[in-house]
Design a binder for this molecule. Structure first.
Ligand SMILES: C[S@@+](CC[C@H](N)C(=O)[O-])C[C@H]1O[C@@H](n2cnc3c(N)ncnc32)[C@H](O)[C@@H]1O
Length: 240
């Protein structure tokens, strides 16, 4: 799963990775950045953050680091909000892969983010934190900002154990149910359900019938929401 990946451009100009052997991409080919902003931000983090001052996020599949990076920038933009970010990745990207991704450059050109730059080299200001997320050691909590702590585990989600009720939001970003059906089972969602605080949420791009059913069978209330370009629906599942 990590040996035959190639970097391609999605429709909004942002890069993504394609698994050649599985004909599967890390993001939507209709727009990687647009997809992350729509699903994990508008429908996840921004929706949930509301008036809260502390949030724990768990991401399934650190991958390109795009979601962690956007969440780190969100913390920079919202210094009163403390974010504790935990993620797991079984097949980490190699340096030559993540250094080719254009997310820092893309994000630096979004008006809402551009004032985060501190020097006369805005691109560098955005590249550094992105690379840092990839370069940090695995398995230990790092305080990247006064209000952003980050822990990435290298391994399999199926083996990962977290405490009960320690997470507010789950970004569920596994490969599709066709490619990795074992990651969309009731057993997996029951485990994630146990990690969520009451009223916590899980957001994901797949609104397949079997996914919604497995979520319901695990105790979640499932809400279908409009998807980003090229995708009719996404899912927000709530721990009632
Ligand atoms: C759809 S990609 C999304 C990655 C990431 N969220 C991003 O935006 O780039 C799924 C990710 O899950 C990782 N993965 C696959 N199987 C896994 C497993 N059993 N446990 C942990 N990570 C896994 C893949 O290597 C890949 O990075």
């Amino acid at each position: 799963m990590n040996d035959s990946r190639e970097i391609i451009l999605s429709a909004d100009g942002s890069s993504t990775l394609k698994l050649k052997d599985f004909d599967e991409c890390f993001h939507s080919i209709n727009g990687a950045l647009a997809e992350s902003l729509h699903i994990f931000f508008s429908s996840g983090l921004e929706f949930y953050a509301g008036e809260r001052d502390e949030i724990s996020v768990f991401e399934m599949g650190f991958g390109t680091g795009l979601n962690a990076y956007l969440t780190l920038l969100f913390a920079k933009l919202h210094p009163w909000l403390k974010i504790n970010y935990i993620t797991v990745e079984k097949f980490p990207l190699k340096e030559f892969e993540y250094k080719k991704l254009n997310y820092p450059k893309m994000v630096a050109s979004i008006p809402g983010y551009s004032f985060l730059t501190a020097t006369e080299n805005p691109t560098e200001d955005f590249v550094k934190p992105f690379n840092t997320l990839h370069e940090l050691p695995w398995g230990s909590e790092q305080n990247l900002l006064p209000n952003f702590s980050f822990t990435k585990f290298q391994g399999d989600l199926l083996d990962l154990e977290l405490s009960r009720e320690c997470v507010d939001i789950i970004y569920y970003d596994a490969f599709s149910p066709n490619t990795q059906p074992e990651l969309w089972s009731t057993d997996v969602f029951k485990k994630l359900y146990g990690w969520l605080v009451p009223a916590g949420i899980l957001v994901t791009y797949s609104s397949k019938g079997i996914v919604k059913q497995a979520l319901r069978d695990s105790g979640f209330l499932v809400k279908r929401l409009p998807g980003p370009a090229g995708k009719k629906h996404i899912v927000r599942a709530i721990h009632p």
